[in-house]
Design a binder for this molecule. Sequence first.
Ligand SMILES: *[C@@H]1O[C@H](CO)[C@@H](O)[C@H](O)[C@H]1NC(C)=O
Ligand SMILES: *[C@@H]1O[C@H](CO)[C@@H](O)[C@H](O)[C@H]1NC(C)=O
Ligand SMILES: *[C@@H]1O[C@H](CO)[C@@H](O)[C@H](O)[C@H]1NC(C)=O
Length: 478
Amino acid sequence: MRLQSSLAAAAATLLLGAGPATAAGGLYSSKSPVMQVDAKSYDDLIRWSNYSSIIEFYAPWCGHCQNLKPAYEKAAEELRGFVNVAAVNCDDPANQSLCQKFGVQGFPTLKFSIPNKKYGGKPFIDDYTLGRTTKHIVGAMIDRMPVHMIRVTDKSIDRWLEDGNSTAKALYFTDKDAPTALAKSVATEFWGALDFTFLRKKEKKFCDMFGVTEFPTLLLLPGGDAPPVKYEGPPTKDAMIEFFSRAATPNSVANKGKKSGPKLSDTAQEPVESHRGKPGAPAAAPTPSGQKQQVSLEQRLRIATLGSEALVRERCLQPSSLNCLLVMLPETDWSGEGYPPDADAALASLRKVREKHAEKDYALFPFWIVTPDNPVQELLRRELDLAPKSELAVVQTNGKKSQAREYASTDYSYAALDNWIDDIRMGGGKRYMIPNHVVKTMEEWNREQQQSGGADEQQQQQQQQQKPIQAEDGHDEL
Ligand SMILES: *[C@@H]1O[C@H](CO)[C@@H](O)[C@H](O)[C@H]1NC(C)=O
Ligand SMILES: *[C@@H]1O[C@H](CO)[C@@H](O)[C@H](O)[C@H]1NC(C)=O
Ligand SMILES: *[C@@H]1O[C@H](CO)[C@@H](O)[C@H](O)[C@H]1NC(C)=O
C-alpha cells in the first residue's frame, strides 16, 4: 500500500466517521514487547540509543503488517536487552512527519539503525530487506549490534600488561571468533565506563596468565593489586551488569531519569567528530566569515614539521593528547626534488583530505611531519611495531586513550587515506595500545632526560622546545 492511499483511507475513515478509531488503534498493545515510537520519542529511544534498532513503519489496517505482527513480537521478545525492536504507527497524523522523514512509501517498511562508533555521531540507517521471520530478524540484528570491545592478541601482551592495572577492566575469553549478543550488550551497557577486552582461546599467553581453561569466561580486573574476579553467575544480562557494577556504573543507571543525548561535556572531550563551531554546544554560533579569514586556506592545508622529540611529545604524546596524525618520513638516499615518492604521494593526499574538511568547515585533528633525524621516530617505530625506518609510516596517536593506528597499506591515494581517516573519526579501524612509558607528561619526560645525564642534550631539548612551531591552524585542534 502506498502512503498516499493510506492517507486517503485514513481521511475517508474520518469523513465517514466509521471504522476503527485511527489514533488509538495501533497494532501493538501497551503490553507488547515491541517498543512504541512516535515522532517525539524517536530521538530519545532510537537516535541516542547505544543499541541498534529495527523499526517497523506500519499502518494498523495493512494486512502484511498484521501478518508480520506475531513474528515481530517474537523477535522483540528474543532481542530484549540486545536490540531495540520498535514500531511507528504511520496512520496517526502525529507520526506522519517521522514516516515521511524516513521516506516510507509502503507498509510495512522495516529499517534498521546502528549507532555511530563515536558517541553522538550520526547512526547508520538502512532498509531491512531480509526475511521477515523471527529467525531472520533476530539473526540479522544480532549481527548488527555494536561491539564495544578491544580485541587483543598475544602479540601485544606486553603492551597490554604495561597499561595494566591502572583502571578496572573486563576480560572476555571465548573460543568463538566474535562475541555473543549477550557479551556485546553488556559491553554496550558499560561503554565509556569500563573497557572490555576481547580474547580468543588461541591467545595462549593470556589464557595461561589468567588460568582460563573454559570458554567463555568473563573476568573482572578491579585494578591496582586486586586479584581478578571470575564471573560465576547465570548467563543473563542483568546478573552480569550487577557483577560489573562493583567496578563501574552502567549507562542505564547513570542515565536514569535523564534525557538521553550527548551532554556538552561528552562532546567537548571528543572534538574529533564534532562539527566546527558546534561541538554539541547549542550556543556556539558558526564562525563569522570575517573571523574565518584570519586563517588563510593555505595555512589550514599546511602540514607542518615537528622538529624535535620534545615537540612531538608536547603535541601528541601527553596523557591528555587527543588525536594526532604523524607522517614519519623514511630514511632514504632519495636525492630528487621534494620528498621521496611515497611520502610525496601521501602528503599530497593528506592535504586534499584537509582541503575537503576545510571546505565543509569540519574540525579535523592535526597532521604533522616527523623527519627521520627526529629520535622519536625510532622510539615510535620500535614501540608501536611500525614499518622499518627505510619506509614511510603514517600513524595516528591518541595519548589520552593510549591508542595508535598505523596506516597498513601502501596505497597512498586520496581515496584510500580519506577512507582511513574517516574510519578513525568513527572510532573504527585496527587499534594498538601505546605502551605506558611512551605517553608521559612533559615534566616526567624532562625529569627523565635530566636523570639520564647529558646536560648538553638537556639544553638542546629545551632550546628545541622553545623553537616556535608553525601550527597549521589553531582552530582545528579545538
Ligand atoms: C504514533 O505511533 C505510535 C507507535 O505505533 C503509537 O503508539 C502512537 O499512538 C502514534 N501516535 C502518536 C500521536 O504518537
Ligand atoms: C551511551 O554511551 C555513552 C558513553 O560512550 C554514555 O555517555 C551515554 O550515557 C550512553 N547513552 C545511553 C542512553 O545509555
Ligand atoms: C596487576 O594485578 C595483578 C593481580 O591481578 C598482579 O599480579 C600484578 O602484579 C599487577 N601488576 C602491576 C603492574 O601492578
